[in-house]
Design a protein around this ligand. Structure first.
Ligand code: TYM
Length: 324
C-alpha cells in the first residue's frame, strides 16, 4: 500500500529558497511513490497581522506557486485549509486534553509572542498543525528542520490519543531533505531564511527578478578568511552558499568544493546566483502559464474530496470518544 503524506505552507509573504529547498521540492518528489495531500494553511497565516483582500489573493497565489514547483493536481490533493473546517473540529477534539506547559515552550510561540504579545492563536497554533496532519492519518510529513518541534508534539498527541481511546492514528514521520533542510539568511548565515525578516537582502524569492537575485547573492554575507570549505561551524556563510549551489546545480558539495576551493568568494557568489536564476526559470514559466480560475476550480473540487476524507476521520474519532 502506498503511504500517505501531508504538508502545509502558510500564504504569507513570498515563497523563498528555504521553502523550495526545505519543503516544496520534496512535496513534488514524493508524489512518485506516495499519496500526497498538500494544503495552503490560511488558518495558520491569520495568526500574524493580515489584510483580508491580500489574504484572498495570497491563498490562491500560493496554490499556484505550489503547482508551478511540480505538485500535480492530477496526482495529489491540493486545497486551502479554511475550505475544510474539519481541521478545526479535530483541533478541539485532540486539543481539549493538551497541557499548557509544552505549548508555552514551543520556540515559535516564544519568539512570536515576544514580538506580538501572548495571543491565543499563536499558543494554539501547534494543535491546529497536529490536527492538519492527523486528520488525514498520514505516515509522513515533508518539512524543513524548523518544524521538528511541532512534529514531535503531533506524534505525542497521536500516541496519547491512541493509548487513551484505541489505535486511531498512525504516528507520522518527519521527512527532511539531505541538503536544504535549513537554508540560512544571506545576511546572517547563523539565522534561518525567513519570510518575516525585515531585511529584503536576507531572502531570495522563487519568483524574484533575475537581476535582483544576482545582486542579493553578490552581496551575501560570507565568513572571514578566503577558503571555500563546507563547514557549518567555522564557515556558515560559505556552507549555506554551497548547499544552495548543490541544490540548483545538481553536483555534490564535494565536487563544488574541489572546483571552487581555491577561487575567491566573489566567483563562488556569482556562480551560485547564476545557478539559482537558471534553476528558477522553469518554475517561473509554469507559474505564469497558470490561470487563476483554473487553479480556483482545482482548489474547490479538491477541498470537497479532502472534506470527505476528513469527515471519515472525525467520525472515527467521535466514535472512539463516545461522541457518536
Ligand atoms: P511555513 O509556511 O513557515 O514554511 C513552509 C515550509 O518551508 C519550510 N521552511 C524552510 N526550510 C528550509 N530552510 C528555511 N529557511 C525554511 N523556511 C521555511 C518549513 O519547514 C515548511 O516545511 N507550521 C508550518 C505550516 C504548517 C504545516 C502543517 C506544515 C501548518 N500545518 C502541517 C506541515 C504539516 C509553517 O509555518 O510553515
Amino acid at each position: 500500500m502506498r503511504q500517505r503524506v501531508f504538508s502545509g505552507m502558510q500564504p504569507t509573504g513570498i515563497v523563498h529558497l528555504g521553502n523550495l529547498m526545505g519543503a516544496l521540492t520534496n512535496w513534488a518528489a514524493m508524489q512518485d511513490d506516495h499519496d500526497c495531500i498538500y494544503c495552503v494553511v490560511d488558518l495558520h497565516a491569520i495568526t500574524a497581522p493580515f489584510e483580508p483582500e491580500e489574504m484572498r489573493a495570497a491563498r490562491t497565489d500560493l496554490a499556484k506557486a505550489i503547482m508551478a514547483v511540480g505538485v500535480d493536481p492530477d496526482r495529489s490533493l491540493l486545497y486551502r485549509q479554511a475550505d475544510v473546517p474539519e481541521h478545526v473540529e479535530l483541533m478541539w477534539l485532540l486539543g481539549v486534553d493538551a497541557t499548557m506547559g509544552p505549548l508555552g515552550r514551543m520556540t515559535q510561540y516564544k519568539e512570536k509572542s515576544d514580538k506580538a504579545g501572548e495571543r491565543f492563536g499563536l499558543f494554539a497554533y501547534p494543535l491546529l498543525q497536529a490536527a492538519d496532519i492527523l486528520i488525514h492519518r498520514v505516515h509522513a510529513v515533508p518539512v524543513g528542520d524548523d518544524q521538528t518541534q511541532h512534529l514531535e508534539l503531533t506524534r505525542d498527541i497521536a500516541e496519547r490519543f491512541n493509548n487513551r481511546y484505541g489505535e486511531t492514528f498512525p504516528i507520522p514521520d518527519r521527512i527532511t531533505p539531505p541538503v536544504g533542510a535549513r537554508v540560512s539568511s544571506l545576511q546572517d548565515p547563523t539565522a534561518k531564511m525567513s519570510k518575516s525578516d525585515p531585511n529584503p537582502h536576507a531572502m531570495v524569492g522563487v519568483f524574484e527578478d533575475p537581476d535582483a537575485i544576482m545582486k542579493k547573492f553578490k552581496r551575501a554575507v560570507t565568513d572571514s578568511g578566503s577558503e571555500v570549505r563546507y563547514d557549518w561551524d567555522e564557515k556558515p556563510g560559505i556552507s549555506n552558499l554551497l548547499e544552495i549551489f548543490s541544490f540548483f546545480d545538481g553536483r555534490s558539495i564535494d565536487d563544488l568544493v574541489a572546483e571552487y576551493g581555491d577561487q575567491m568568494y566573489g566567483h563562488l557568489k556569482v556562480a551560485v546566483g547564476e545557478a539559482v536564476v537558471e534553476g528558477l526559470r522553469p518554475i517561473r514559466e509554469r507559474y505564469e502559464a497558470l490561470a487563476d480560475d483554473e487553479v480556483e476550480e482545482i482548489l474547490s473540487s479538491h477541498a470537497a474530496r479532502a472534506r470527505e476524507m476528513a469527515q471519515s476521520t472525525i467520525e472515527d474519532v467521535k466514535q472512539a470518544m463516545g461522541l457518536a
